[in-house]
Design a protein. Structure first.
Length: 243
């Protein structure tokens, strides 16, 4: 089994599919959690506290990090293999897409953008929340209009509002969400194709599912970011009262 997963093209694509499925499920959960921010800052903070530096959250974080690492490493390996076998033709599939999509030809580039966005997200949120608790610190800090103030690691609502009150951050995250949309429109379909579901009958259905999933994720994240930007003063004031 180990040789199959590491040495054969089918095995490598299978690993990509399984790790990709896991990551898509997590992204859907994360998006759903973020939507709580629009209805209740207190409710969002309750979720953040539940997912703090406790054993199950730390185990989940470690598993998520492993999933990201495996997915990205295998993406690089498959891209190198495809270059060697077919020159510049990448991500060859048994069912050819009509008018091969831009996303299918640039999955590694999109993946790099998604990874860079993840690093930005870790710096803005994980480093000021779960990491602060792991380090047994009482507060992180946030700055608005040149004023720096402490932020409790469970006050995700305040960090969210502060982060997206900055238009530069808003633009960077929207670029990240667009890259994620492109990545998922091809990636979700490719995941099903790899495990044998793609054929002439299921091809259009799976493409539709991939587009719906990617669009829901994009809209869920983008709406929260934009609403935090538009209502930053109100959200920050409410979140400060929850310190």
């Amino acid at each position: 089994m180990g040789c199959f997963l590491t040495n054969s093209s089918v095995g490598k694509k299978f690993v990509m599919s399984i790790s990709g499925c896991f990551l898509v499920l997590f992204i859907l959960f994360h998006m759903s959690m973020n939507l709580t921010m629009l209805f209740s800052r207190d409710g969002y903070n309750a979720i953040c506290e539940f997912l703090g530096a406790n054993w199950y959250a730390l185990a989940g974080t470690a598993l998520l990090a492993a999933g990201v690492a495996v997915h990205f490493i295998y993406a690089i390996i498959l891209t190198i293999d495809n270059y060697r076998a077919r020159g510049k033709q990448r991500y060859a599939v048994t069912v050819q897409e009509k008018g091969v999509s831009w996303a299918s030809k640039n999955m590694l580039v999109l993946g790099v953008i998604v990874l860079l966005g993840l690093l930005l997200h870790l710096a803005h949120f994980w480093a000021k929340m779960q990491l602060v608790e792991i380090m047994h610190s009482e507060f992180a800090t946030a700055t608005v209009d040149g004023v720096t103030f402490p932020v409790a690691p469970t006050n995700g609502a305040l960090l969210m509002a502060v982060t997206f009150s900055n238009p530069v951050n808003l633009v960077l995250y929207l670029v990240w969400f667009v890259a994620l949309w492109y990545h998922l429109t091809h990636g979700v379909w490719s995941m099903f194709q790899t495990v044998g579901f793609a054929n002439d009958t299921w091809y259009p259905r799976l493409k539709c599912i991939a587009n719906v999933v990617a669009t829901l994720i994009f809209l869920g994240f983008a709406i929260v970011a934009i609403m935090c930007y538009l209502n930053s003063d109100v959200y920050i004031a409410e979140a400060l009262q929850l310190q």
